[in-house]
Ligand binder design. Structure first.
Ligand code: HEM
Length: 361
């Protein structure tokens, strides 16, 4: 009886939407198998953590209030009165950090395997914009509990934005909703965090996944163009998907352990009239830039040290974003050493300066 109904439903849908073609598409999708295959999983992990963010974020929205008077108290309420509210908040905060970490790992693995080379330039570009947006999610979300640390870190962060030549000042006022960080900033960050960023992120993510789906997974440079079966392949459905799901389950467990045993702190409510406490620093993923600006001398030659640092980071970011267009060797199917060295330098630099940022007072 049940089988009959589902068969009828299947036929009904098939007549109208030819769903068989979609299933055929899934059957034709393959994933290359080689010694760097493990890196193929990190895009999926990032995707999984983004889904967690959407679900826990919507749950938080049921109680959160984005105003100067009520933001902190509403989070207190979520953590103490709402059933499992503490778990949802802690999961949202941990998952945000893991998502950014997974996105970085995904980006560097794509970089080192040169998966950005033609024809995947747009996959890389859309990915870079997704990463910038993910950092924007982190920056805007950090302020939402309206606690002391976040309040002062937002002043410092937006101050740095204000130093950018030409566009800095208008950008600072746009972000703050005025000269200073106030309740107006909180309202704005709330809007960015729950409406503007999710909207743009979702469109870009759909594009990113569409590109991946249309072009299939890249093969390692070493094997490309070789005749015969140089690269082994595994069906995406169900072989790769099941592996994906297994990993997602492991990540979910990790997330649960972190959220339960290391619950996210709330701290003290922000007092805009108090002086800044010592040791204000941004979240770890901004720390390497923050620390660099801190250790640069006030003057380098006749130029302002901090300004020079900001311009250098901007230029490096642009060059990194357009790497598929200037890395000629990978276009010719070669793995150039220069690109590898730049990548290694970037990874080491980020790790070293982040550690220095944590040790520094
Ligand atoms: C931030 C959210 C992101 C999500 C949710 C995401 C998701 C995915 C997924 C599911 C895949 C297919 C599996 C894989 O290759 O791992 C993929 C592939 C890819 N992603 Fe991302 N990604 C994100 C960010 C990025 C970033 C920051 C970059 C680099 C700038 C990037 C560049 C690529 C490229 C080039 C591929 C194709 C890889 C290949 O064909 O071997 N993505 N992405």
């Amino acid at each position: 009886m049940n089988g009959n109904i589902s068969q009828k439903l299947y036929r009904w849908l098939q007549d109208r939407y030819r769903i068989e073609e979609i299933l055929e598409l899934a059957e034709k999708k393959y994933v290359p198998v080689h010694r760097h295959s493990v890196w193929y999983y990190f895009g999926g992990i990032t995707l999984f953590l983004f889904i967690i963010q959407v679900i826990t974020g919507i749950l938080l929205l049921l109680y959160y209030k984005g105003s100067e008077d009520l933001a902190f108290e509403s989070i207190q309420f979520i953590m103490s009165k709402v059933q499992f509210g503490w778990l949802v908040r802690s999961t949202h905060s941990w998952s945000a950090n893991l998502m950014i970490l997974a996105a970085f790992v995904h980006m560097f693995s794509v970089y080192f395997t040169r998966a950005y080379r033609p024809p995947r330039e747009l996959t890389w570009l859309s990915g870079m914009f997704l990463l910038f947006l993910a950092l924007g999610f982190g920056f805007s979300g950090y302020l939402l509990p309206w606690n002391t640390l976040a309040f002062f870190a937002t002043i410092v962060g937006t101050d740095i934005v204000g130093q950018v030549p030409v566009v800095g000042r208008p950008l600072l006022e746009f972000l703050r909703g005025g000269e200073n960080v106030t309740g107006a900033t909180l309202s704005r960050f709330f809007g960015f965090h729950v409406a503007i960023l999710p909207g743009i992120f979702t469109v870009l993510l759909v594009l990113h996944l569409f590109f991946v789906q249309r072009q299939g997974m890249s093969e390692p440079l070493e094997a490309e163009g070789k005749q015969g079966s140089a690269v082994k392949r595994m069906p995406f459905f169900p072989n790769f998907l099941l592996r994906d799901l297994l990993l997602w389950l492991i990540v979910l467990n990790l997330l649960a352990i972190l959220a339960v045993f290391f619950p996210w702190e709330l701290g003290q409510k922000a007092d805009p009239f108090a002086s800044a406490p010592a040791g204000i620093r941004p979240e770890w993923y901004f720390l390497f830039m923050f620390q660099t600006l801190k250790v640069l001398p006030a003057k380098i030659g006749f130029l302002d040290g901090e300004l020079l640092g900001i311009v250098a980071f901007g230029l490096a970011g642009v060059l990194w974003t357009i790497v598929p267009f200037w890395d000629r060797e990978s276009k010719k199917g070669q793995k150039g050493r220069f690109i590898t060295y730049i990548g290694l330098f970037a990874v080491l630099y980020i790790i070293l300066l982040t550690i220095m940022g944590y040790i520094a007072e």
